[in-house]
Design a protein around this ligand. Structure first.
Ligand code: MLT
Length: 275
């Protein structure tokens, strides 16, 4: 059983950009990036196991590295690259997607062409955040469809910035619909995986080291979950990384300020491909 994915041009042999989605959304959150960038790049999106069109049964076991709850998701990504014959890819991970990108770096750094880390962090959860995740996992497991509806109401407030919440009802509804399309088993499993994820700060000097990869760090100015100050520290720990914050965007700048997000991504990819 494999995860579900989209590939804009399977015949293109250049390094693709693989977009890794946030919790509790799906690969569909990258629609604006797919339509804009697939004119010039090969674009791959995927749904994590238990999200969008991927069954939870696609989740791979953690293998040897049982200490990182997200390794199983990173192995799914590795399997997908192998299946598509992709040797190296630009990985663009937002929030949970960023956690998995870091887990993937631990697993197979040679497969990463460059990293785009958006609204994410390298540290593990504090005990309080961890406890909150287990409570929400119980809520969605026990509540089924009703639990997902409550999750959508809670998460939309956290994910979107105040500017979007106050002025873009269409986007608010779209994000809620993306959340509603997920199933409680996948959502609960991902919450436990994130709660049990490993601290990745030891990787940061390697990412920016002499044999490291080009890294772009992006964050919305109004992000409440991974605030700009935290993202700035992440950028400071990755040598030669490039940092930008986007005005009038919260935790989902790829949706809230899609045009600016796409421009910054294009500029970075352009610079990175010339090296
Ligand atoms: C996400 O956007 O993926 C989540 O907010 C991540 C998290 O809860 O830490």
């Amino acid at each position: 059983m494999s995860i579900s994915w989209t590939d804009s041009d399977p015949d293109d042999e250049t390094d693709p950009i693989v977009f890794l989605h946030a919790f509790p959304l799906s690969g569909a959150m990258w629609a604006e990036q797919v339509s804009n960038l697939s004119r010039d790049y090969r674009i791959i999106t995927l749904d994590w196991p238990g999200f969008g069109r991927s069954p939870l049964s696609a989740l791979r076991e953690n293998g040897e590295d049982g200490s990182d709850g997200l390794t199983g998701y990173a192995i799914c990504l590795l399997d997908l690259l192998n299946r598509l014959g992709v040797e190296r890819a630009h990985l663009c991970g937002l929030s949970m997607g960023g956690y998995v990108a870091l887990s993937f770096f631990r697993l197979a750094p040679q497969r990463i062409r460059s990293l785009i880390l958006c609204d994410t962090r390298a540290t593990a959860d504090t005990p309080e955040v961890k406890r909150g995740r287990y409570e929400i996992a119980t809520m969605v497991r026990e509540g089924g469809a009703e639990g997902i509806e409550r999750l959508a109401a809670i998460m939309v407030e956290r994910l979107l910035g105040d500017t979007t919440l106050n002025s873009d009802r269409v986007l608010v509804n779209r994000v809620m619909d993306l959340i509603r399309q997920n199933r409680s088993d996948g959502v609960a499993r991902a919450l436990v995986a994130m709660a049990e994820r490993r601290d990745s700060t030891d990787l940061l000097p390697l990412i920016g080291g002499p044999s490291g990869v080009d890294t772009l760090i992006l964050v919305g100015n109004e992000d409440k979950l991974t605030p700009p100050s935290e993202m700035r520290s992440l950028a400071a720990s990755i040598k030669n990384s490039v940092f930008f914050h986007l005005e009038k965007a919260g935790h989902l700048p790829n949706l809230e300020q899609a045009e600016t997000f796409n421009r910054l991504l294009r500029e970075f990819l352009h610079r990175s491909s010339r090296r």
